[in-house]
Ligand binder design. Structure first.
Ligand code: BES
Ligand code: MN
Ligand code: ZN
Length: 490
C-alpha cells in the first residue's frame, strides 16, 4: 500500500472515498458538492465508530462513499482518528478497490495538529490491512487498496513517511506476536531483529545464555532453564547523534510462550500466551521506526526472550536466584516470570548508561481485571515523568491509565528468605509486579512501565481491527524517542 498527498481534483480518479465526521461537526467543505450532500444526508448523528457505506450512484468515480463517525468533536483523539481510518479501509477490503481517498477533517486537524492526524491515519490504514490468517493453506484473498491518497491541509511527504514508519512498527509487532510459539522462538525473534537491523542500519547484539550467565543474569536464566529452546537477550542500538550516552532505553518482555512453568496455567485460552512476547516485538518494531526516521537521539532496545516451560530442570517454587542487580529473588510462583526476565534487562539497560527507561510487558492478568481492553496500565517514577508519558501517549493514540506504585506495594514484594519475592497475593497484582521491577531501577532514573496485558489481545474482530494480537504502546515508544531528539528528522 502506498500513501500520497492528493487534492480535491484527484477524487475523480479514486474508487472510494472515506470521510470521517465528528458528531455535531460538518462534512469537510473540500469535497465536491454532490459527494458532500450525499455524506451530509448519511450523518445526522455520527456515533463513535459508526460506519455508513454506500454506492455513490454517480455512474462515475468515486463509486463508493464511506462515512465513519469519530464521536463528539470536542473529544476527538488520535486514537479515534486511527480507528476511523482503519474502519473505513477494513470496510472496503472485500470491495477490491485500488485507489482510496482519505479525507481529513480540517476541524480535527486544527484540534490535534496535522502531523498527528496524518500519522494516525496512515498507521490506521496500514494496520487495517494486517491479517492474522498467515498460516491458512488457502489464504482468504481480500486485496488491500494499492494507493491511499490523503486529502488534508498539511499532508507532506515527511508526514506520510513518519506515519508509515509508525504503522509498520505496529504491524511488525502484531505479526511477530501472532506467530505460534513453535515458530516464533527466541532464535526467530533474534532473526527478525537481525533482518530489521540490516534493513534500517541498527547495530545488533544477541547474547546467548553463556554471556548472560557471565553478566550474572540468573533471574532471566531461571525462567529459561525449564526449556530446551535456548534463550536470547537481544540488544539493538540506534546512534542518532554524535557522542556517547543513551538518551532512551526501551525494554520489552519476550516470553515466546508462557505455560506458567511448574506453576502451570489452566488450558483454557493458554494459546494466547504465544503473544507473551508482544513487549519484545514492540521495542524491536519501535526502534526500527526510530532508525528509519533517523531520529537524532541515541536509543537502545533490550529484549530478553525465552520460553517459560515446566520440565525436569525447571525452576521450582521456593527456588532462589541472584539477579544481575545483586538482589536475590525467591520464586514463589513460576508463572510470575515476566518480572524475572525484566529485572535483568532493566539492569542491563542501566549498565549501558540509560537514565530514561521505558519497559513494556504483557505482565499481569490483574491489569486486565482493572482496565478491561480499553487501557493499558502506566506505572513509574517520578510522577512528572509518568504524567508526561501519559499525555504523550494520548497524543499518539495510545490509551494508558496511571496506576498506583507506592511504598505499600514495595513492602509487599519484599521476601522472607530473599530480598524480593516474585508473588505476593492477588490483590493489587499489577502494582505489586510494578513494585518488583521498581526494586532494580535507580532512584535517579526516569522510568515508566507499561503493563499491556489488558490490550495486547483482542478477543474478536472489530470494525477497526482484526482480532488477536494488537500493538498497544508502540507509537508511544517511538514518540518518546522523537522527543529525546532536538528536532524530528523527516
Ligand atoms: N503472561 C502473563 C500475564 C498475562 C495474562 C498476559 C493474561 C496476557 C493475558 C504473566 O506471566 C502471568 O502469568 N502473570 C500472573 C502473575 C501471578 C502468578 C502473580 C498472573 O497475572 O496471573
Ligand atoms: Mn506467566
Ligand atoms: Zn507471562
Amino acid at each position: 500500500m502506498r500513501f500520497r498527498s492528493i487534492t480535491a481534483a484527484d477524487l475523480a480518479t479514486c474508487d472510494a472515498v472515506i470521510v470521517s465526521v465528528a458528531a455535531g461537526g460538518s462534512v469537510p467543505a473540500v469535497l465536491p458538492r454532490a459527494l458532500r450532500s450525499r455524506a451530509e444526508r448519511l450523518v445526522k448523528a455520527a456515533g463513535i465508530g459508526r460506519l455508513y457505506s454506500v454506492d455513490t450512484d454517480f455512474g462515475a468515480k468515486p463509486e463508493r462513499l464511506v462515512v465513519v463517525g469519530v464521536g463528539a468533536s470536542a473529544a476527538v483523539t488520535s486514537e479515534r482518528v486511527r480507528r476511523a481510518a482503519a474502519t473505513g479501509i477494513r470496510s472496503l477490503l472485500r470491495a477490491k478497490v485500488r485507489r482510496v481517498a482519505l479525507v481529513l477533517d480540517p476541524a480535527v486537524e486544527s484540534r490535534l495538529g496535522a502531523a498527528s492526524v496524518v500519522a494516525a491515519s496512515v498507521s490506521g490504514a496500514l494496520q487495517a490491512v494486517y491479517r492474522r490468517e498467515s498460516h491458512r493453506s488457502k489464504p482468504d484473498a481480500a486485496p488491500a487498496p494499492r494507493t491511499v491518497g490523503l486529502l488534508g491541509s498539511a499532508v507532506s511527504g515527511a508526514a506520510l513517511r513518519r506515519g508509515a514508519a509508525w504503522g509498520e512498527a505496529a504491524v511488525f509487532t502484531r505479526r511477530l506476536a501472532n506467530e505460534p510459539g513453535n515458530l516464533m522462538t527466541p532464535e526467530r525473534v533474534a532473526e527478525e531483529a537481525r533482518a530489521l537491523a540490516k534493513e534500517t542500519g541498527l547495530a545488533i547484539e544477541v547474547l546467548e545464555a553463556a554471556s548472560c550467565r557471565k553478566l550474572g543474569m540468573h533471574s532471566f536464566l531461571s525462567v529459561a532453564q525449564g526449556s530446551h529452546t535456548p534463550p536470547k537477550l537481544i540488544v539493538l542500538r540506534h546512534r542518532g547523534r554524535t557522542g556517547t550516552g543513551v538518551d532512551l532505553a526501551l525494554v520489552g518482555k519476550g516470553i515466546t510462550f508462557d505455560t506458567g512453568g511448574i506453576s502451570i496455567k489452566p488450558a483454557d485460552g493458554m494459546h494466547h500466551m504465544k503473544a507473551d512476547m508482544t513487549g519484545a516485538a514492540a521495542v524491536i518494531g519501535a526502534i526500527g521506526a526510530v532508525a528509519r526516521l533517523k531520529v537524532k537521539a541515541n536509543v537502545i532496545a533490550v529484549a530478553p526472550c525465552t520460553e517459560n516451560m515446566p520440565g525436569s530442570a525447571a525452576t521450582k517454587p521456593g527456588d532462589v536466584f541472584t539477579s544481575m542487580s545483586g538482589k536475590t529473588v525467591e520464586v514463589i510462583n513460576t508463572d510470575a516470570e515476566g518480572r524475572l526476565v525484566l529485572i535483568d534487562a532493566l539492569t542491563y539497560a542501566q549498565r549501558e548508561g540509560a537514565r530514561r527507561i521505558v519497559d513494556i510487558a504483557t505482565l499481569t492478568g490483574a491489569i486486565q481485571v482493572a482496565l478491561g481492553d480499553h487501557f493499558s496500565g502506566l506505572f513509574g517514577r517520578p510522577d512528572a515523568f509518568v504524567a508526561h508519558v501519559r499525555e504523550l501517549a494520548e497524543s499518539v493514540g495510545d490509551r494508558l491509565w496511571p496506576m498506583p506504585l507506592t511504598d505499600e506495594f514495595r513492602d509487599e514484594v519484599r521476601g522472607e528468605v530473599a530480598d524480593l519475592r516474585n508473588q505476593a497475593g492477588r490483590p493489587g497484582g499489577a502494582s505489586k509486579a510494578a513494585a518488583f521491577l521498581d526494586a532494580v531501577v535507580d532512584q535517579k532514573a526516569e522510568w515508566a512501565h507499561l503493563d499491556i496485558a489488558s490490550q495486547d489481545w483482542l478477543a474478536s474482530d472489530k470494525p477497526w481491527s482484526s482480532g488477536g494480537p494488537q500493538a498497544p504502546g508502540v507509537h508511544t515508544l517511538i514518540a518518546l524517542a522523537e522527543e529525546a531528539a532536538p528536532s524530528i528528522a523527516g
